[in-house]
Design a protein around this ligand. Sequence first.
Ligand code: FAD
Length: 431
Amino acid sequence: VVNLCWLRRDLRLHDQAALYHALKAGQPVVPVFVFDTHILDDLEDKADRRVCFIHQALETMQQQLTAMGATLDVFHGAPEAAFEHWTTRYTVGAVFTNHDYEPYARQRDTAIAALLKDKGINFHAYKDQVIFEKNEVLKDNGDPYTIFTPYSKRWLATLQPFHYKSYPVERYAKYWYQQEPLKIPSLKTLGFTAVKTTFPAAGFPEKIITRYDQTRDIPAIQGTSRLGVHLRFGTISIRELVKKALDDNATFLKELIWREFFQMILWHFPKVEHASFKQEYDRIPWRNNAAEFERWCQGETGYPIVDAGMRELNATGFMHNRVRMITASFLTKHLLIDWRWGEAYFAAKLLDYDLASNNGNWQWAAGCGCDAAPYFRVFNPSLQTQKFDKELRYIRQWVPELDEFSYPKPMVEHEMARKRALEVYGKALAR
Ligand code: FAD
């Protein structure tokens, strides 16, 4: 009898809750992974950076497992088919996995738990990708928080060393199921091609984090950790990161709490995946001009800071947070295009794409999300440039033609667009 540990967004062999519990249970453990066709088939870009990243992470784990006489067992297809396969190949006692809070994942896990139950196999799931989940940080009256600042205060007040204690997976290494290494399907078999990219390192960038509060808003320098993708796929442990952040930088810790805040919002209010958190904002008559949207996507708005951001995203799969805020505000306020269009574009491009964070931040930018402030904030691209990229170092990197006479005029005039946005929002919300 073996136990399976189903890996998803927790692609590491250290400090990993489900793995720890699976090995500790004392039966041989087979780590398994599904390249889920429900997800892969929806990806239009067959040179998707995320698929490459996952593939590399699996190859790294495979090397570590092979050295211990064990192997990953990777399936390409639907999760249901994967478990039919594995329950035929092995005599399975139980399946261990970590919680995933996205609506699709919740539905998938319920279906798999039911399928396993029919076969008499238990399904155990653990908290791993956050410090606090679901109902662990609530208001005194038992309601979930919907405003960040009080949530973060409560989060910090609840935190004990126990919450970020590592899971010593190594202690139970003798329970890895021993078998010859199995082949991981190649990217080509999966229908994808490799991307020439170096992914950010999975280590803790000490120098950046200690100065984070001073450097994080300057897009021209590498003043942020670039750990987003690692948090997304679990190639680093949130507990190790929080431990370091507590010692090194309170501002950085706050960003990690933002991440948990949006995960918590998505868990309690799964409707936000498609609808505005503040329902009345779905009355806004978006202009949704397709040609204007295309100019935004391509970084051809005539606003250098917006264009630089979009071009950075298109070229690298990353965009600096400050510029994400500026480009998102521009799309929703200056162009009055539905935040869902922008959200979908970022979802297709961002290496660190995460439903909860992307959705939460887009709704924040559009004014319809979890935010105490009203919708009046309209970022002024020129003022933002003066404040955060005064010497145009970031902009010149992505918009080298800036100094030529041919640089296009702004596609909308700022003051007109600002007034139009306030008017359209105001009217829609007054009804
Ligand atoms: P750092 O500044 O080093 O922060 C460390 C970590 O904290 C990040 O990796 C991330 O996990 C978390 N974090 C930081 N800021 C936020 C935030 N505002 N909300 C939630 N978590 C945060 N972040 C994503 O992880 N995935 C997304 O799909 C995503 N989409 C966004 C869309 C818009 C419109 C905006 C304005 C922001 C979005 N963010 C998203 C948040 C933020 O921009 C990125 O997390 C950050 O830029 C990633 O770079 P970093 O790893 O260097 O972050």
